[in-house]
Design a protein around this ligand. Structure first.
Ligand code: HEC
Length: 125
């Protein structure tokens, strides 16, 4: 599947999540935020870090498209849901831009995946 098709699909899912559309309102994430952090973000050589350093493979990029989609389906245990949806949608768009090799996608990703900016608001102590 091309990343542009994934974009359409994920936009629909996020739009549905935002509007609480009945078709999607029962969409449960397959992965928890904790699992996503462990798989894609934890550590110096994580998937997220490789994306920021431009050493990620195409498969890495596709995996992050999926992980950020899953992240967007989760609800934050702390902080405002609107803020969470905005942040996670931005991450998903940046991952899609990386997969599509769009110009400036690395900068987009770095800004969208700012650990502290999200943890300070949404990560429980
Ligand atoms: C969009 C928000 C968001 C971003 C961006 C984010 N995180 Fe997280 N992260 C969370 C939340 C929320 C938790 C708490 C999950 C829980 O335990 O419920 C968390 C938890 C973690 C954990 C602990 C996981 C565990 O085993 O309990 C690690 C490690 C982590 N994040 C690493 C990172 C790193 C490194 C980055 C940046 C490269 C990052 N995160 C970016 C939201 C985010």
């Amino acid at each position: 599947m091309k990343a542009s098709q994934v974009l359409l699909t994920s936009t629909a899912v996020i739009a549905a999540a935002l509007t609480g559309c009945s078709t999607f309102s029962n969409t449960k994430p397959a992965l928890t935020t904790e699992q996503i952090m462990e798989e894609g973000f934890k550590g110096k050589t994580s998937l997220a870090a490789r994306l920021s350093e431009n050493t990620a493979s195409d498969a890495d990029k596709q995996r992050m498209v999926y992980l950020t989609q899953q992240l967007a389906l989760n609800k934050p245990s702390k902080g405002d849901l609107g803020s969470w949806q905005e942040k996670t949608a931005k991450m998903n768009r940046a991952a899609l831009a990386l997969a599509d090799k769009l110009p400036d996608s690395i900068e987009l990703w770095r800004a969208a995946s700012d650990c502290k900016a999200c943890h300070s608001i949404h990560k429980p102590d």
